[in-house]
Design a protein around this ligand. Structure first.
Ligand code: ZN
Ligand code: ZN
Length: 102
């Protein structure tokens, strides 16, 4: 499989409509990236609905970055293994890009 599987997946990949600008997004069925939205533009399919990656950490407000002490509101949450090598979920600080343990 490997590369071939990836290529095949890209060709037959799933599409979704960007909830923000209406553009057609291509993704792997779980993660979609909008070609138009520059501020974020990454969406995740959760329970059949597209969730803006920027909204994903909602309900966790009040958290502050352990590096720069700014609010983590608006930070992007990365799930375990989402990057391929992170065993722990983390929130990327929107101010200094520090990876805060989730
Ligand atoms: Zn968009
Ligand atoms: Zn920070």
């Amino acid at each position: 499989m490997g590369l071939f599987g990836k290529l095949f997946g890209g060709i037959s990949g799933l599409t979704a409509t960007c909830p923000r600008c209406g553009a057609t997004m291509h993704g792997d069925g779980e993660r979609f990236e909008c070609p138009n939205c520059t501020n974020g533009g990454v969406y995740f399919m959760e329970d059949g609905e597209l969730v803006d990656s920027l909204d994903r950490g909602r309900g966790r407000s009040g958290r502050t970055c352990i590096s720069c002490q700014n609010s983590l509101d608006g930070g992007v949450r990365t799930a375990e293994w989402e990057d391929g090598d992170n065993a722990e979920a983390y929130i990327t600080c929107p101010h200094c890009r520090y990876h805060n343990p989730f």
